[in-house]
Design a protein around this ligand. Structure first.
Ligand SMILES: *Cc1c(COP(=O)(O)O)cnc(C)c1O
Length: 574
């Protein structure tokens, strides 16, 4: 374990997250939250933020997804062994679970920034010699929602185990524990104990980011489960602070124990304040790590034009200066790349001549994957010979309705192809690698979740960076993005404040009509006009000057970590 002592002494920030997307094949993420955590740490490393990160190490990860010929999702368990990238922590710590003791150890993965700055990421595991088999399984899989018991135990390992492990490793100067989403809120319990039950001291040390815009999304546990798992060890003061409507709410616990709380977009700040009116909540809009998400052909353009763009992403606001032909060629290379990958992975081959619309996200029903198929004949007539679709995404294994959506995409695709020759392909196993290809290889990025359930969304930012146009409901980040650069894509529907009192904000009928009209009257005609299309693509790229994690992490450094005062900042961005 060679993290040297001076790095440990300098480390001021501990970032605690249930998921982290380090690499495509390290299955410690399921979706946006994890990918954001990965991008956060990548930017923090580039900006030389003195940070350490803790997450869990899921030995069987999230699942590998397959479809059968009927469009049914099959889940395959993965056992991964990428341990050559990791060092093992030698000395496990112990946490108390019911009347048992559980050993917790960790694998260390290092994220290395552009100038060599290291951010250690400790992935906690109970697969430790000395733990009985049932204990070894505790950190087995991500979001194992088969029982609340398993969930609370995993969160206990993350929060309590995380703080304990950092203490045992000699991280003595942590000033801010950044709790990324409620899952990590039990960290406050361990801090409370080490800080002699002084709540004010705990509060000084914690910052909290919420990512969940709907009440049902917040983690809650009933008191009898708490009693069973923690026995008498849960500090009554904290239990009281975290309880809402008779249950422990992890978001409430985290908010009440943090000196700084933020939401992840301007709109999300509003919805969070409505849910929790008595709290002071800030907004730090999410971003993406640009060097990680830029495709090779687009990167070449940036490298040539703005050699310092990686450390100064604000230069991308000049994207309008990019040469049309160069951009056209770069995009075509990305499109070929996607299509040649797709060739090996589905029955129907896409056509590089056609407008390619991409949709990829978790198939939770509120994301309304099948909205565009509301009127199949109308869609078929509009798209015939002009437009094709590519879909990807996983449904949570327990989400039957989400799985039905996947089948419906299959069926709609058959119908559209048989009747109109319109192709709809569905790709298996959406992950970071596939996301790279999709967000750069399609022409239009589609997104239409039910309104105000998108905290931020980041896949649209990845598309934008690569010159792909967004076609999305005005929610999350796109409200801000579309206001900054309306040329960067198209809205679906109106701005939030344009809906009238009592109006159905999520009408499938109205939204699908809006989509068909925009396709027919704007997207298809614009595509026919090269200059106009490329002008829009360049405006899309310009958005990356703002929607990136260098800007975002700099804001955390200033507002959540108060680091700016301690140390002059490297990043001198916009
Ligand atoms: C970026 C990304 C996400 C999150 O994107 P959303 O816009 O929130 O859907 C999810 N999964 C993967 C693999 C990603 O790369």
């Amino acid at each position: 374990m060679e993290i040297n002592k001076s790095l440990k002494n300098d480390t001021k920030i501990a970032y605690i997250s249930m998921e982290i997307g380090l690499e495509s094949n390290i299955p410690t993420y399921s979706g946006g939250l994890g990918v954001l955590a990965g991008d956060t740490v990548r930017s923090a490393a580039d900006l030389e933020i003195p940070m350490v990160c803790v997450c869990l190490c899921y030995s069987s990860g999230y699942f590998y997804q397959l479809f059968n010929e009927k469009g049914e999702q099959k889940e395959k368990e993965i056992q991964w062994s990428f341990f050559y990238e990791f060092d093992k922590v030698e000395q496990p710590i112990t946490i108390k679970l019911e009347d048992q003791e559980v050993l917790v150890s960790a694998w260390l993965y290092k994220v290395i920034g552009q100038s060599g700055h290291i951010i250690p990421v400790f992935l906690l595991t109970t697969e430790v010699e000395g733990n009985e088999p049932w204990k070894q399984k505790l950190t087995g899989s991500l979001y194992d929602s088969t029982s609340r018991w398993n969930r609370i135990v995993q969160e206990m390992i993350l929060g309590i185990g995380g703080v304990k492990l950092l203490n045992s490793l000699g991280y003595e100067n942590i000033r801010v524990y950044h709790i990324n989403e409620g899952h990590g809120a039990f960290a406050t319990l361990e801090l409370y104990e080490t800080l002699n039950n002084q709540l004010e001291k705990v509060k000084e040390r914690c910052a909290f980011t919420t990512h969940t815009p709907v009440p049902a999304g917040h983690d809650r546990f009933n008191h009898s489960l708490i009693k069973k798992v923690f026995q008498d060890r849960f500090p009554p003061e904290l239990l009281k602070l975290g309880t809402e409507n008779g249950e422990l709410n992890m978001t409430v616990l985290a908010m009440n124990c943090s000196q700084y709380v933020n939401a992840v977009s301007v709109k999300h700040e509003k919805t969070t304040r409505e849910m929790f009116p008595n709290y002071d909540i800030d907004a730090i809009t999410n971003g993406i790590h640009l060097p990680f998400w830029v495709s090779r052909p687009i990167r070449k353009i940036f490298d040539r034009k703005w050699p310092n763009w990686k450390s100064h992403p604000e230069v991308l606001s000049n994207a309008i200066e990019i040469d049309d032909l160069e951009l056209f060629d770069a995009h075509l290379e990305n499109k070929f790349n996607l299509i040649s990958y797709q060739k090996g992975h589905s029955w129907n081959l896409l056509d590089e001549e056609l407008i390619t619309i991409g949709f990829a996200r978790r198939f939770a029903t509120y994301k309304r994957a099948i909205l565009i198929f509301h009127d199949l004949d109308r869609l078929g007539k509009i798209c015939q010979g002009e437009v094709q679709f590519i879909f990807a995404g996983k449904a949570h294994p327990q989400d039957q309705a989400g799985k039905e959506y996947i089948k419906k995409i299959y069926e709609a695709g058959r119908y559209l192809y048989d009747n109109y020759g319109v192709k709809v392909v569905l790709m298996e196993n959406y992950n970071i690698d596939l996301a790279h290809m999709l967000v750069s290889g399609v022409d239009v990025w589609l997104n239409y979740p039910e309104r105000y359930r998108e905290a931020s969304g980041t896949s649209g930012m990845k598309a934008s960076l690569n010159g792909v146009l967004n076609f999305s409901v005005l929610d999350g980040w796109w409200i801000e993005g579309y206001k900054m650069k309306p040329e960067a894509g198209w809205p679906i529907g109106k701005f939030p404040d344009e809906y009238k009192e009592g109006e159905d904000i999520n009408s499938w009928e109205k939204d699908s009509q809006y989509i068909y009209e925009t396709l027919q009257n704007e997207i298809i005609p614009t595509y026919m006009n090269h200059d106009e299309w490329l002008f829009k693509c360049k405006n899309a790229i310009a958005l990356a000057a703002y929607f990136n994690t260098h800007r975002m992490v700099s804001e955390y450094a200033e507002f959540a970590y108060s680091l700016i005062k301690q140390k002059p900042w490297k990043y001198t961005g916009a």
